[in-house]
Design a protein around this ligand. Structure first.
Ligand SMILES: [Zn+2]
Length: 196
């Protein structure tokens, strides 16, 4: 999947394409990623939360989904806000031409059936138009011509009840009973757990 920026007050004008191919997960946040090996679409403005949203690749359906992680100002897809302020959302499966708005940035989803980029989502001029997903200062990655770092190990579920997301990334969907939390699993279903 690639995202094409159609509007942004925060990204450099020439950076128009984010390439997610090859990553199982890409986060959106205001700051650099706390894990330098984890790709992040960084949008450095106050309308974007530190842990704003995350894109996940579902290996069984071969589709990408977007989850709001409880941001203050929200995430919209095709004009519909995914969740209220400080509430995480259900995963929203993304389709070609879906329009995502985070802060002042508008992004259009490109998922081409043949896997090849179109003229809008192609990386050109030695990567000049590509949005780096890694912090160039902490790791020399995301730089054209340089290899990507080792990808984070995905913990695959051994049973249906094994969450594959790190346990510190807990989602609180709307309507969660007190003392109960949920986690996003490989099947995009929520598992409910009692919090000790
Ligand atoms: Zn395209």
């Amino acid at each position: 999947m690639r995202l094409v920026v159609t509007q942004s007050l925060i990204l450099p004008r020439k950076q128009r394409v984010a390439v997610f191919d090859g990553h199982p997960e890409v986060s959106i946040g205001r700051d650099i990623s706390p894990d330098p090996t984890a790709p992040r679409l960084r949008l450095k403005e106050m309308g974007v939360s530190k842990f704003h949203a995350s894109f996940f690749f579902n290996f069984s359906s071969r589709t990408w989904s977007l989850v709001d992680l409880g941001s203050v100002h929200g995430t919209t897809v095709n004009g519909v806000r995914l969740s209220g302020a400080r509430q995480s959302s259900q995963p929203r499966e993304l389709r070609h031409t879906d329009t995502i708005v985070v802060g002042t940035t508008t992004l259009v989803v490109h998922t081409h059936r043949d896997g090849l980029p179109c003229t809008d989502c192609a990386v050109v001029n030695n990567g000049d138009n590509e949005i780096p997903l890694f912090d160039a200062k902490s790791r020399e990655v995301g730089v054209p011509g340089k290899p990507l770092p080792p990808q984070p190990q995905l913990v695959r579920p051994s049973t249906d009840s094994t969450p594959w997301l790190p346990t510190n990334r807990v989602l609180y969907p709307p309507g969660s009973p007190p003392g109960v939390r949920s986690q996003l699993c490989d099947s995009n279903l929520y598992l409910w757990q009692s919090v000790p």
